[in-house]
Design a protein around this ligand. Sequence first.
Ligand SMILES: Nc1ncnc2c1ncn2[C@@H]1O[C@H](COP(=O)(O)OP(=O)(O)OP(=O)(O)O)[C@@H](O)[C@H]1O
Length: 284
Amino acid sequence: MSLLEVENLVVEFQTASGPFRAVDGVSLKVSAGEVLAIVGESGSGKSVSMLAAMGLLPWTAKVTADKLTFDGRDMLSMSDSERRKIIGKDIAMIFQEPVASLNPCFTVGFQIEEVLRFHTDLDRKARRARAIELFEAVGIPNAEERLSHFPHQMSGGQCQRVMIATALACNPKLLIADEPTTALDVTIQKQILDLLMRIQTERGMGLIMITHNMGVVAETADRVIVQYKGRKIEEADVLSLFESPKSAYTKALLSALPDNATGDRLPTIAEFLTDQQIFEGAVR
Ligand SMILES: Nc1ncnc2c1ncn2[C@@H]1O[C@H](COP(=O)(O)OP(=O)(O)OP(=O)(O)O)[C@@H](O)[C@H]1O
């Protein structure tokens, strides 16, 4: 059985210039132990799809779907309080800007212990011990001492490790990583990706990796969804996608990899294709 199952997800924002459809009929499934990458350019609706699935969008968003289940439970008919028990516990999310995602006013120890306080029955001492254990698991040196640090006292890479530790606090079944390495230095990016993949394998978690980077897709994913302007353009296992991409858009995305640069600049998608050509091959 799939962990997360989404069918025909549509998200429309009310904006000053009328309704704007950010996600247009996307369907996806992810199982335990599986890594699904959602890849697409900026604005293709990758983050909004996941935030919608978790019920985390503002009231200006109208979300509809034919099906939205997590672990067999219908998320559409669930009350907000039921959903809050699942989000942060069974489904956790990490974001692109680790420093901005942490609250600057509280120590990182307080923030991870708050998650444990909300979702578990552990007492204060046990929460502290668990926080230390989690920091150690994600490779934060001097874990106990680090708990009393504020986010600004830590590097971007260390803050992302704190975010990962916090996301793992309640042993989630599904982790959604939204561009988890984009804001980090190149050398740190590799370390964080390796850490995520090691933890995913060890724990058998489902992982949704949101990225615009085909290199990250190649290194992490089992299966890939390619998204453009809110629509799913192609879905394939990672080998098939790289070896024999079906849609013109995926081919164009792969051609835009640095390896395929001609001269000193990369080609852009707009140089290859019109929207009409891209949507011709769209799947549901
Ligand atoms: N609250 C909102 N109100 C109106 N439009 C929004 C809102 N949030 C997102 N959007 C729009 O929805 C579209 C999809 O945004 P989304 O953040 O999902 O893109 P993305 O593919 O994740 O890109 P990025 O990698 O830049 O985050 C964008 O055009 C964005 O401007």
